[in-house]
Design a protein around this ligand. Structure first.
Ligand code: HEM
Length: 511
């Protein structure tokens, strides 16, 4: 009897979902009948909308091709979810910056945010959650230009280790870059010094990214379209998605707890290095901070770890590729360094004196933007833009890749040319786009730019980066292919040769 009830219930589910979808479809159209249109977009199928056209591989290319056909704002639907893609700098700035009061929420992420319990991480926290403003303030005070100055010794020490590792095993450059990014951010966030590339926290970050990616694949889980499914009991047939999300939530919560608990113990034993965590846990009057401040600090420290552990890695990988394939740019950059910092390694104090290096970094980040679609925002109110209707609850995706490859503002966008960022008629600064927009823009932008500047200028001061050679010693082109991650893109493994410029240059590394 119990089995029969279960079967009848299962049969009813598709009908209930269909009715739910039909209601949403009907009511979402009511406003349009008042004469306002959605932005243009590709033709939709009944019920599934444009789901069949979304490619899991390099989706920014699909969106860019749509923008060529439909214009800078493209509307598409996936089942009951409304989406717009912003493909030009103008529309992204008009909506996400100028109207940021209405475009700063995040879409609800049912698998990762609600069921796995990760909505407390700032990346997914709602703009309306009172914790949001508190956490943004904590991050801004901990990462602004003034605060970042206190992290310079950490960055300098880790750059030195990076140079030594590149001198010893240059073929492992990708591993060395990752170690550098994780080491800097763990020291900044927790005062933790990683022991080796095999450090358990390096593995914890990789595991967390992989698991979060696995439950965030667009279109994979029905609960994202029919949130009512979250009420199905865990034991119910077909509720495997809930058990999976909860397991991911249990494992990934280690990223908040493990390094934070370590830092708390160090502080309690009066044996700590000053860090973002210690600054916020040790109040000026010496009294313990309240539980809420402790929780917010825990989530913010982990946001530094997650936000900083993988992003600069992508930029530096792209940098190695572009240096190997653009020897004349490399030579020009080295000439500037030799002039400004002869017989020594550049420091962050040289930032203003190295305009070509700054332009080179802008161009690397334009050419291969780390987060090609940023992190989606959500329209918090009904809005009208350019005579188009944007309904409250629409997911808003900034196509950063399309913006940094827009030939209207970056002629010949696929050509790597740092000089486009120099002189009186310099093209728009891509750093205004690659770190996102408005009140959700990346709080780690300054720290990231400084780390990249120090690494790039030091690597170029000491090494030449060359194309790989085949078995006959003839140079070959390195392969260029991108991976598509949850939010970031990386060049797939490629080869290049990294050689000291001379014995004298190598001596600067202190090997
Ligand atoms: C190359 C380096 C980096 C790039 C390109 C980058 C890019 C981005 C982008 C595009 C966003 C989404 C912005 C939006 O929603 O409009 C973001 C958010 C964020 N980033 Fe970064 N990021 C980088 C490095 C870092 C670093 C080093 C940290 C921490 C130390 C960090 C922490 C964060 C945090 C916490 C958020 C979430 C902000 C929010 O939701 O309110 N990022 N980043």
């Amino acid at each position: 009897m119990k089995g029969e009830n279960t079967n009848s219930f299962l049969i009813l589910i598709p009908f209930a979902l269909l009715a739910y979808y039909a209601c949403l479809w009907y009511f979402s159209g009511s406003r349009l009948r008042k004469g306002l249109q959605n932005p243009p977009g590709p033709k939709q199928r009944f019920i599934t909308g444009n789901l069949h056209q979304l490619s899991p591989l390099e989706p920014w290319l699909t969106f860019t091709s749509w923008s060529k056909a439909y214009g800078p704002i493209v509307y598409f639907k996936t089942l009951n979810s409304k989406n717009i893609v912003l493909n030009s700098a103008k529309v992204a700035l008009d909506l996400l910056e100028a109207r940021s009061a209405f475009y700063s929420d995040r879409p609800t992420n049912w698998m990762a945010g609600e069921i796995a319990g990760r909505k407390r991480t700032i990346f997914l926290t709602s703009f309306m959650d009172p914790r949001f403003k508190i956490m943004r303030r904590l991050l801004q005070t901990g990462l602004n230009t003034r605060a970042s100055k206190s992290y310079r010794p950490i960055q300098t020490q880790e750059t030195q280790i990076l140079l030594q590792n590149l001198a010893t095993t240059p073929e492992d450059f990708a591993t060395h870059i990752r170690r550098n990014a994780v080491a800097v951010i763990l020291k900044v966030a927790y005062g933790y010094q990683i022991a080796s590339n095999d450090d358990p926290l390096v593995h914890l970050l990789a595991k967390t990214s992989q698991l979060m990616g696995s439950i965030s694949i667009p279109g994979k889980y029905w609960v994202e379209f029919f949130p009512i499914l979250r009420f199905i009991p865990d034991w119910f047939p077909g509720a495997g998605f809930k058990r999976r999300a909860k397991e991911v939530g249990r494992v990934t919560s280690n990223i908040e707890c493990v390094p934070f608990d370590w830092a708390k113990t160090q502080i309690a034993n009066d044996d700590h290095v000053e860090s973002f965590t210690s600054k916020h846990l040790l109040s000026e009057d010496g009294l313990p901070v309240d539980g809420e401040t402790e929780q917010n600090t825990k989530w913010c420290s982990a946001a530094l770890f997650i936000g900083g552990g993988d992003t600069t890695v992508s930029t530096l990988r792209t940098f190695f590729f572009l240096m190997a394939t653009n020897p004349s740019v490399q030579a020009k950059a080295q000439a500037e360094i030799d002039l400004v910092a002869p017989n020594r390694l550049p420091t962050l104090d040289d930032y203003d004196s190295l305009p070509y290096i700054r332009a080179l970094i802008r161009e690397v980040m334009r050419w291969g933007p780390v987060a090609p679609l940023g992190i989606p925002h959500l329209a918090m109110e009904d809005d009208v833009y350019d005579n188009y209707y944007i309904a409250k609850g629409t997911k808003v995706i900034a196509n950063i890749w399309a913006i940094t490859h827009d030939e209207e503002i970056y002629p010949e966008p696929f050509t790597f040319n740092p000089s486009r960022h120099l002189g009186d008629d310099a093209q728009p600064d891509p750093l205004k786009f690659v770190f996102g927009f408005g009140r959700r823009a990346c709080p780690g932008a300054h720290l990231a730019e400084m780390s990249i500047f120090l690494n790039v200028s030091n690597i170029l001061a000491v090494f030449n980066i060359l194309k790989p050679v085949d078995q006959h010693g003839v140079e070959v082109e390195p392969t260029m292919e991108w991976t598509t991650g949850a939010a970031t893109m990386h060049l797939k493994p490629f080869q290049c040769r990294i050689q000291p410029r001379s014995k004298e240059h190598l001596m600067l590394v202190g090997t």
